[in-house]
Write a protein that binds this ligand. Structure first.
Ligand SMILES: [Zn+2]
Ligand SMILES: [Zn+2]
Length: 259
């Protein structure tokens, strides 16, 4: 059986796109990059636009949805999003739109997709747990607080891509206007390093193979602070926690089936 592999084209406020592959099925979660940029970033991972079987949208913020419509129009790939996200009109016209329920699982090729509603300042934001029946990868960014439903859905994941957006002191002392500081740090904003750490303490278990830090703010955080927070929950060294870079993304990692 082939393993689930995952990679990222980039993560942060200037664009996000997570790539997940199982056998011949390849999906993107979000696409905050233009067509040319997406092509170039996929090429780094040995893929072309035509290799994609679907783009799952999490919410309508530009760093996630910005390139989805353009990429879909360029290659005809199916786009999956919640009704609320679609209602914002940010997608534009796409050739193959699939509206999904925020609570209902569905499949794309060899991948099983579980949408999870999250508290974030968007119309109907969801995040996703993606599996193949044996392994599960949880992708969790763009949320200001943790619900018991989130804890339940992300328990027993074999891999986690987890937001560690900001350090609260850096956010407080930084250059953002007060309103934006409140939004980012609020219950519908983004996870701080500390929030990510305490969630990870709850989610960590023997079979968790990879935890990757994502959506790190370039103004209100550093890679090292984010890595230290997650490493503490995992009981490992900070440099053992991979970080998704805004420009270079993350190279392929795989979830190995253990017998
Ligand atoms: Zn975002
Ligand atoms: Zn957002």
């Amino acid at each position: 059986m082939t393993a689930i592999r995952f990679a990222s084209l980039g993560s942060g406020s200037r664009g996000n796109a997570t790539l997940i592959e199982k056998s011949n099925t390849r999906i993107l979660i979000d696409c905050g990059f233009g067509v040319k940029d997406t092509k170039a970033r996929l090429e780094r991972l040995g893929l072309a636009l035509e290799d994609l079987d679907g783009i799952l949208v999490t919410h309508e913020h530009g760093d996630h949805i910005g390139g989805v419509g353009r990429v879909a129009r360029a290659c005809g790939v199916a786009v999956y999003c919640s009704h609320g996200t679609h209602l914002t009109g940010r997608l534009g016209k796409v050739p193959d739109l699939r509206l999904i329920s925020s609570h209902k699982r569905f499949a794309i090729g060899d991948l099983e997709i579980e949408p999870v509603p999250v508290p974030h300042d968007a119309k109907e934001p969801i995040q996703y747990v993606v599996g193949d029946g044996a392994m599960r990868l949880g992708v969790l960014t763009d949320l200001g607080s943790i619900t018991s439903h989130i804890r339940q859905c992300y328990a027993r994941c074999d891999g986690l891509i987890l937001e560690a957006n900001h350090d609260p002191v850096m956010l407080q002392q930084g250059s953002y206007p007060l309103k934006l500081k409140r939004r980012v740090g609020g219950a519908y904003g983004h996870l701080s390093n500390g929030q990510a750490q305490s969630l990870l303490r709850e989610l960590v278990h023997d079979k968790l193979q990879h935890v990757v830090a994502a959506h790190i703010s370039d103004k209100n955080n550093t890679d090292l602070l984010a890595q230290q927070s997650l490493a503490e929950a995992l009981g490992c060294c900070a440099d053992e926690v991979p970080v998704i870079d805004q420009d270079t993304g993350l190279h392929w990692m795989s979830l190995q089936t253990r017998f």
